[in-house]
Design a protein around this ligand. Sequence first.
Ligand SMILES: Nc1ncnc2c1ncn2[C@@H]1O[C@H](COP(=O)(O)OP(=O)(O)OP(=O)(O)O)[C@@H](O)[C@H]1O
Length: 591
Amino acid sequence: MARNKFDIDETLDTPFNIKHFRRALVYIKKQKKPMIVAFALSALSAGIALSAPLIMQHVVDVTIPNKDKMPLLGWSLLMLATIVVSVILATIRSRMMTRVGQDIIFDIRMDLFKHLQQLPFQYYDDRPQGKILIRVVNYVNSISDVLSNGIINFILEILNLLFIAIFMFAVDAKLSLVILAGLPVFLCVILMIKTRQRRAWQAVSNKSSNMNAYTQESISGIRVTQIFTREKYNEGTFTRLANSYRETWMRTMYLNFLIPFTVDNLSTIVTTSIYFVGLLALSPGEATFGVILAMSSYAARFWQPILNISNLYNSFVNAVAYLERIFETLDEPVTVGDAPDAKELPPIQGRVTFDDVTFAYEPGRNILEHLSFDIRPGESVALVGPTGAGKTTVVNLISRFYNITGGKLLIDGHDIADVKLKSLRSQMGIMLQDSFIFSGTIMDNIRYGKLDATEEEIVAAAKTVCADDFIREFEKGYMTEVNERGSKLSQGQRQLISFARTLLADPRILILDEATSSIDAQTERLLQRGLNELLKGRTSFIIAHRLSTVKNCDRIMYVADKSIAESGSHDELMAKRGRYYKLHSAQKMEA
Ligand SMILES: Nc1ncnc2c1ncn2[C@@H]1O[C@H](COP(=O)(O)OP(=O)(O)OP(=O)(O)O)[C@@H](O)[C@H]1O
């Protein structure tokens, strides 16, 4: 799909179809037992509630005229008991169905989350995060009631309708046909608005998704907004999105209102017709006054479940718009995943070979072309070069965050496309430019690199990267709670923590993308000493703009023009007096 943004409605790859419906049933079927019990409870509760008028009738017709005090008390208690039992059963059902609804959406949400964790970087590059979040949180919430209570109520209403139909046909078949005559009209209205109603709900889901995406983006960028005092400007954008949502919602509601409007009118017309047909059209004596009265009452009762079913139908169409999006996410292909015959990558030495690699993020725009190099195990390699040349892209490919477009990428001679991703990535330590900090303690954040690491290992890793000192200065030391994205920490502190996290994993291949860019020169010098020790025996790729930090690397590769323009040691490249030399000289002059 083309790149999406907050003000572009998402297109729908596969609209809701019977396959989706079967898929939803898989989740519902898991809750078969509690749903059957809840259904039985509903039927029982309705049955018991119906016995109340019978008791009433007996009391009025027999007990009260006989002035029997004790039986009157007995009947009164029985009536109270029916009400209490019916309320208890209804409450149990309601609790059960709330649980069923939550269990269904729990399963769907877990599947969504698990799938999202597998999806490649490309998926996240292509759409705003807010549009992903809304699917996991809001859309899933919105389908809970329809998939649980909705289904039971639908069956109950159908049964109700059948019972009423049987009763009314038993009383008078001809007048029953008059009651049913409204049905084709009702179905015509449904058929006429069906597609428009579905599109309208899809539009609502799109507009709420857009609004969510912009809210999320605005919160993430709040600092920049306030720096540039763009609050009013953002407000304007949000107003447009919120307005668009409001208008779409209103259009959807007009269509929705059409259904109860039709049902109400049909019900009234049908009831009036009963009197008309009963009194005028049928031959005298054919329908008694009592029959006409009873049939008019059935007419009202018959159309009530139809109204309820049409309300359920409305909720169903609404839920379908969300289910479409949920299933679309679940069907999103894991383009960077294990091949069917993928093998475990055995413990590696750390040889990295690019064999005529070509790569494009978007078709037709190659970032790297015919790139070939071979890195020996244990070699330290620096990637330098102009902004946007493709340095990060090169290291992203080594961990197979993206599939290459052409050529081969081998680690210890194994094509990385043929090995299991987990076995590949678990042998790499990658520190990305964005040193992401999760909410939790500093200890938790470092432990993320190796979940079974002991406290001693964590402290040792922190010491190596010179993070121990500043961590201990916090009142709670390693147990200091940090917020999501580490907003309590300085940029440099965040980098040191994620450095410790990367080292803790004890990887054979270490990738450091601008890992020390925010660390002061003195700490960096100290860090360098620890690092030199650590880098021994490991293949490392270091991306740095400050050339002083990579001077001692075994090999320096200058990335430019979609390839490696120069490669060699610092001394070799300086002697060559090429692009590296120029870059180095420019930095020296600035210093
Ligand atoms: N996710 C992406 N989708 C599309 N294009 C991308 C993506 N990431 C990077 N690019 C493009 O690929 C090119 C190389 O980007 P890359 O991040 O590899 O450069 P870099 O050399 O690491 O730059 P810097 O020194 O600024 O970090 C750039 O032109 C960039 O616009």
